[in-house]
Design a protein around this ligand. Structure first.
Ligand SMILES: O=C(O)C1=C[C@@H](OP(=O)(O)O)[C@@H](O)[C@H](O)C1
Ligand SMILES: C=C(OP(=O)(O)O)C(=O)O
Length: 429
C-alpha cells in the first residue's frame, strides 16, 4: 500500500541565525551546459553541476538521444561525450521547464522520432509557441492538438532553421530553447519575439552568454531579436555557478531572524536573476556586505514590505512573498502573471497558503498584495513546487508549528534543502 511521507515540521527559532552556507550549482546553468555539451564537437567537462531531479531528467533525456553523460572524478562533475542525436527515443520531462523546452529543438536534429511526456502538470505548462516555431523552422511536430505535451518530433537528422517569429510572453524558455540548438541548424536561427514583454530577461542573457562561451556567434543588437550563426560548438569545459535562486530562502533567513547568513562563493559577475537579491533584501530591511569569501546579509530585526515588479525575476517570488508576509508594512508584487503556468499557479498557491495561516493576501491577475498581520501555525501545502516548499520553511522560522507538506519536492532543484536548512537554523546564536 502506498504511504504518504509525514509533513515536515519547519524549524522555528527565536534567536538570530548565524551561518555560512555552501549551495549546490544552478539548475538553469547546469541544464544549459548539458545541452551545449551534447551539441558540441568534442567531450566537455561540466564542473560543479547541480545534481537534482531536473538535471537528472536532462541528463537522461540527452542519453536517450545518444549522448554519453557520466559522473567523473569524485562524482561531483559530469563528462558529456556528444554523438549525433538519434531516435527513436522517449523523453520524460518530469515537471522541468528546461527539459520540456530545451530538448525539443535538439530532438528536431535527431535522426528518428522522439516522444515527450512528463508529470501531469507538465501537460498543462505552455509549449505551443515553441512547437509552432519549430514547425516554421522545418520540423515535423505532432502534438495532442492543444500545442501541449505529449508530443512527438519526427527528426530527419538535420533542420533547415532560419528566421522565426513567436510570442514568448508566457515563457522566456521558448527563446532560450531555440537559441541553444540554433548553431546546429543549417542556417542558424533568428528568433523574433512579438507580444507582451518576455519575462525572465536574465535567463535570456544567461543563454546568450553561455552560447558565446561555447564558441557560438550570437547577435543581440535589436530589442527582442536574437540571431545565432550556424557553426560548431567547441566547448571542452563549462563551470556552473552556485544557484542564486536557491540562495533566496537562506538570505531570507537572515532577514527574518535578524541574523547573519553568508553565501560562500557568491559570483562576482553573473547573469542569474538572483543577482538582484542583495538590493531587494536591502530594501526589505537587511544590510549587505561582500568580501572574497562571499556575500553576507545581516537582518536588522525589522522587515519592510516592498512594491516590486518581479517580471524579470519571477522565480524569486515565492521567497519574497514569504518575507513580505512577515513584514511590518504592506507589499505589492506585480508583473508575474506568467507564474500561473509555473510548477503550479504560484499566485493562487501563495495567496491560498498564506491566507490559510492567517495572512491577509489579495490575489491580483498579475501578482499579490500582502498586508501585515499575525500568522499562526498550520499545514503549508507545496503543490509539488520546490519554491512553495522553501517559502513554507521561511515562514516557519518566525511562526511556530508550520508543517510543510511534501518537503521532498525541493529535490527538483535542491535535494539537500531540509538538511542544510536544519543546519542553518541550528546555527542560531
Ligand atoms: O531558462 C531558465 O532556466 C528559466 C527561465 C525562467 O522561466 P520562465 O521564463 O518560464 O519564467 C525561470 O522562471 C525558470 O525557473 C528557469
Ligand atoms: C519556474 C521554475 O522552473 P522550470 O525550469 O520548471 O520552469 C523554477 O525553478 O522556479
Amino acid at each position: 500500500m502506498a504511504t504518504t511521507a509525514p509533513h515536515w515540521s519547519a524549524p522555528t527559532t527565536r534567536r538570530p541565525v548565524d551561518a555560512s552556507v555552501s549551495l549546490p550549482g544552478s539548475k538553469s546553468m547546469t541544464n544549459r551546459a548539458l545541452v551545449l555539451a551534447a551539441l558540441g564537437t568534442e567531450p566537455t567537462l561540466v564542473r560543479a553541476p547541480l545534481l537534482s531531479r531536473d538535471t537528472e531528467l536532462m541528463a537522461a533525456a540527452l542519453r536517450r538521444l545518444g549522448a554519453e553523460v557520466t559522473a567523473t572524478g569524485s562524482g561531483t562533475d559530469l563528462r558529456v561525450t556528444p554523438h549525433p542525436p538519434r531516435g527513436p527515443a522517449t523523453v520524460d520531462v518530469g515537471n522541468a521547464g528546461t527539459v520540456m523546452r530545451f530538448v525539443p529543438p535538439l530532438a528536431a536534429l535527431a535522426d528518428g522520432p522522439v516522444t515527450f511526456d512528463g508529470d501531469a502538470r507538465a501537460r498543462e505548462r505552455p509549449v505551443g509557441p515553441l512547437l509552432a516555431a519549430l514547425r516554421d523552422l522545418g520540423a515535423t511536430v505532432v502534438d495532442d492538438g492543444r500545442g501541449a505535451l505529449p508530443l512527438v518530433i519526427h527528426g530527419r537528422g538535420e533542420l533547415p532553421g532560419g528566421t522565426v517569429t513567436l510570442d514568448a510572453s508566457s515563457s522566456s524558455q521558448f527563446v532560450s530553447a531555440l537559441l541553444l540548438s540554433g548553431p546546429r541548424f543549417a542556417q542558424g536561427v533568428e528568433v523574433r519575439h512579438v507580444g507582451a514583454p518576455v519575462p525572465s530577461r536574465p535567463h535570456l542573457d544567461m543563454t546568450v552568454a553561455m552560447l558565446r562561451e561555447a564558441g557560438a556567434r550570437v547577435v543581440t543588437d535589436t530589442p527582442d531579436v536574437w540571431r545565432v550563426a550556424p557553426g560548431p560548438l567547441r566547448t571542452t569545459a563549462i563551470t556552473v555557478e552556485l544557484d542564486l535562486s536557491n540562495a533566496a530562502p537562506f538570505l531570507a533567513a537572515a532577514l527574518v531572524t535578524g541574523g547573519r547568513v553568508t553565501i560562500n562563493g557568491w559570483p562576482e559577475n553573473t547573469t542569474q536573476p538572483g543577482s538582484v537579491l542583495p538590493e531587494l533584501f536591502t530594501r526589505m530591511g537587511g544590510t549587505v556586505h561582500r568580501d572574497p569569501a562571499g556575500l553576507t546579509l545581516h537582518g536588522t530585526g525589522t522587515i519592510q514590505g516592498i512594491s516590486a515588479d518581479l517580471h524579470e525575476i519571477g522565480e524569486l517570488t515565492p521567497t519574497i512573498a514569504a518575507v513580505a508576509a512577515l513584514a511590518e508594512t504592506p507589499s505589492r508584487l506585480t508583473g508575474i502573471a506568467h507564474l500561473r503556468r509555473h510548477e503550479t499557479d504560484r499566485i493562487a498557491a501563495l495567496a491560498r497558503e498564506i491566507t490559510r495561516l492567517g495572512g491577509n493576501v489579495t490575489e491580483l491577475e498579475d501578482g499579490l498584495v500582502i498586508e501585515p498581520g499575525p500568522l499562526h501555525g498550520g499545514v503549508f501545502h507545496s503543490y509539488d513546487d520546490h519554491r512553495m516548499a522553501t517559502s513554507g520553511a521561511v515562514l516557519g522560522l518566525a511562526v511556530p508549528e508550520i508543517s510543510v507538506e511534501n518537503i521532498a519536492t525541493t529535490g527538483k532543484t535542491m535535494p539537500n534543502f531540509p538538511e542544510l536548512w536544519g543546519e542553518v537554523v541550528h546555527a542560531a546564536t
